[in-house]
Design a protein around this ligand. Sequence first.
Ligand SMILES: NC(=O)c1ccc[n+]([C@@H]2O[C@H](COP(=O)([O-])OP(=O)(O)OC[C@H]3O[C@@H](n4cnc5c(N)ncnc54)[C@H](OP(=O)(O)O)[C@@H]3O)[C@@H](O)[C@H]2O)c1
Length: 324
Amino acid sequence: MRALRQDTPRGPRDLRLVTDTRVPVPGDGEVLIRVTAAGVNYADVMQTYGTYGGGPTPPYIAGFEAVGEVVASGGPAAGLRIGDRVLGLGPGAFAEYMVLPSAGTLRVPAGWADEQALGLVLNWATALAALRPLGRLTAGETVWVQAAAGGVGQAAVRLAKHYGARVIGSAAPRKHQVVRDLGADLVVDSGRPDLAAEIGRLTGGEGADLILESTGGAAFRAALAAARRVTGRVVVYGVAGGEATVSNRELNFDHPIHVIGLHLGILVRHAPRLFDQLVDELHALIAAGVIPPGRPTVRDLAEGPRTLAALEARTTVGKTALRP
Ligand SMILES: NC(=O)c1ccc[n+]([C@@H]2O[C@H](COP(=O)([O-])OP(=O)(O)OC[C@H]3O[C@@H](n4cnc5c(N)ncnc54)[C@H](OP(=O)(O)O)[C@@H]3O)[C@@H](O)[C@H]2O)c1
């Protein structure tokens, strides 16, 4: 089958289209799907450099989010049947076929094209987890969403508005209109050197009640300073801009706030009931029209290296997908 294989840890330039890869075989509790579209995520970029925690070692078939049709099962697979159209997470998504664990796999909503369902788990469930069970958002609070024009960021802006928040989105200036169109109340330049001071100014000196921190590096430090003292929450779910630290001394004396980590894959494995609740809430939000069918930019599989390079270079807006 056709697939994109990463041969070295030197980034997207060493991602290659190959045509002689074996179709994988599903095990117990797994299904084989014919991939109709694969989601491109920032974690794919990190994996190509070997910097994603627990990520694969080259050579490996890249990609881990896909939608497609179930064509075989390796045994009982939680009610999934041949012909079902499903979306899920598993290794080797940038390929014509891949294996999905049935746990954490969703059906494509009725009336949606396959590619429109991409992002339901990785973008919408991540944003929802960050805002609700972990971030404990209540109506009237101020939320700062970083990378607000991105895959997770766009979902977070919409959901935060739906749940009654005042939303500040940060993004590169040329993406600001997209963030405003999603309903953000205020948009700030993600490249500002004084992000914490700016969020402070926009919140009357009080700080944001909740910060969705996916950028890392200096933005993580800015988030610590920009969270409302005592009750402010910072949900950390990405490190695109590099690692950053907070010490126990700082949490004690300088930033007495709540720092909360989030990794969706770990949530699916260690808190399956919480994930099921997130999925139920996503279905209700789809039925209510709060979550619309996605509109990813779809490219051919062969354009994968260029697509990952664009995500790394921060030139993408919203979700991108690859069609095998
Ligand atoms: N923990 C989880 O379970 C989980 C799940 C999904 C995603 N994530 C994380 O969420 C974040 C967003 O993922 P996504 O796939 O939706 O990507 P994305 O937001 O579509 O793209 C990344 C965006 O981050 C911003 N950014 C800021 N500093 C950056 C830097 N140094 N390098 C690259 N980008 C930088 C850029 O936006 P501007 O140019 O507008 O500043 C860029 O467009 C990533 O950190 C990802 O790893 C985590």
